[in-house]
Design a protein around this ligand. Structure first.
Ligand code: SAH
Length: 400
């Protein structure tokens, strides 16, 4: 059996059930494990710690499958993990055609993301969309896909492993059909009574920001009779929620024409009056400033930008970008107005994000009050042993 022995004292994080083993914690590797092969992890004194998948080129050299010495890593193991993850979703997530079934480390399947879409028509056609982001899940792709199909009963599986993080694992980016039929050109899923077009093949991530479900519901709740501005709107997730909630007018900004085209179709698919929705194909930073200079004001603003800090080195620049949009966002609010502001940068934690937003409020000379702290939905659980899993954080603020 391929075995990794850790340096003295380097077994502490595993004792806390953290699932990653960094290269610098390793004393030696016995055998010649191939990428994705299962390795035994031992403490310096030889104690069993875990079974893990081996990743020879990544700094995260191994990812834990199981801390249980008696648990073999085989097809049955993946079937159990997949079934468990899906069973948890079934008890927790309702009234949606877009669910995250598997969320990596939190489901004991490091590096694997699976979203499940159900078409909002008589066919109720299902579509599973997967991202394999580590050598371990890549190695076990076949049994994982089989277990997904067996557990959900959905035969259609599409892969969106076109993520740059695969390079760090020595893996090529790939996309394509893994099972069943290709995704339909137009897949419409229903979330809480709102219909969304989802472009599985070309959209961001798996096609839709499944993680913002609860936040879309909140925006919908508070949008009634308000003038709404949605920045970085992508296919209009928050914009549609605001329209459904009875917003007077929704102005949405994004620099992607393709995303806006889908957003416009979403207005029609829901039978909303297109006059209530304005779509600006433009840079959000400049447009926010322009709207402010022109004297536009809003009652509710959503700022949900792309990941400004892809890693730690980018934190300072990202902080300035977050501050910039939040500063102008505050200035664009009418008294009593609401700001929904987000960061999906893992490298910026909730404390730092709050400080950045506080700095923006101070510079805008407004008293901003936090009404709620926001995050991803319950189908994106955060493992207590793995705080790195918390990437999406948000604040709902009201200015005085
Ligand atoms: N809020 C969206 C997800 C945002 S993804 C949702 O809930 O569905 C980030 C979006 O920002 C992408 O659609 C991207 O096209 C857009 N974007 C990136 N940089 C931008 C910029 N400088 N100005 C405007 N839009 C930008």
């Amino acid at each position: 059996m391929n075995t990794i022995t850790l340096k003295p004292e380097k077994d502490k994080s595993l004792a806390r059930r953290h699932p990653w083993i960094y290269a610098n914690a390793i004393e030696h590797v016995e055998g010649k494990p191939a990428p994705g092969a299962t390795v035994l992890i031992r403490a310096h004194d030889g104690r069993f710690l875990a079974r893990a998948s081996y990743s020879p080129v990544s700094q995260i050299r191994a990812r834990v499958w199981s801390f249980d010495e008696t648990e073999p890593i085989d097809h049955a193991f993946f079937k159990r993990r997949v079934q468990r993850a899906i069973a948890h979703r079934q008890t927790m997530v309702r009234d949606t055609g877009a669910t995250r079934l598997i969320f990596g480390e939190a489901d004991g399947l490091p590096g694997l993301i699976v979203d499940y879409y159900i078409a909002d028509d008589e066919s109720r056609r299902g579509q599973l969309v997967c991202q394999f982001m580590a050598t371990g899940v890549e190695h076990w792709k076949e049994p994982i896909v089989k277990a997904l199909i067996g557990t959900t009963g959905c035969p259609n599986v599409y892969e969106r492993s076109d993520v740059s993080i695969r390079q760090k694992e020595g893996l090529e980016q790939i996309t394509g059909v893994l099972a069943g039929d290709p995704p339909p050109a137009t897949l419409i899923a229903n979330e809480g009574g709102v219909r969304y077009h989802i472009d599985v093949e070309r959209g961001h991530k798996t096609g839709f920001y499944v993680d913002q479900r609860d936040n879309r519901a909140l925006v919908r709740e508070y949008a009634g009779d308000r003038d709404v501005l949605n920045c970085f709107c992508y296919t209009g997730g928050f914009s549609l929620a605001a329209l459904k909630g009875g917003a007077k007018r929704v102005v949405s900004i994004d620099s992607s024409g393709d995303a806006l085209a889908l957003a416009r179709q979403n207005v029609t698919a829901n039978g909303f009056d297109p006059q209530r929705a304005e779509w600006l194909d433009a840079d959000a930073f400049k447009t926010l400033r322009r709207l402010h200079e022109e004297g536009e004001r809003f009652d509710l603003i959503v700022l949900d930008p792309p990941k400004f800090a892809p890693s730690r080195e980018h934190v300072d620049r990202a902080a300035r970008a977050y501050k910039d949009i939040n500063l102008t966002g505050f200035k664009l609010l009418r008294p009593g107005g609401l700001l929904f502001t987000y960061s999906c940068s893992g490298a910026i934690d909730a404390d730092l994000f709050q400080k950045i937003v506080a700095g923006a409020a101070a510079d805008a000379k407004v008293d901003a009050r936090i009404l709620k702290r926001l995050g991803a939905g319950v189908d994106h659980p955060l493992l207590t042993a793995f705080p790195e899993g918390e990437y999406l954080k948000g604040l709902l603020l009201q200015i005085a």
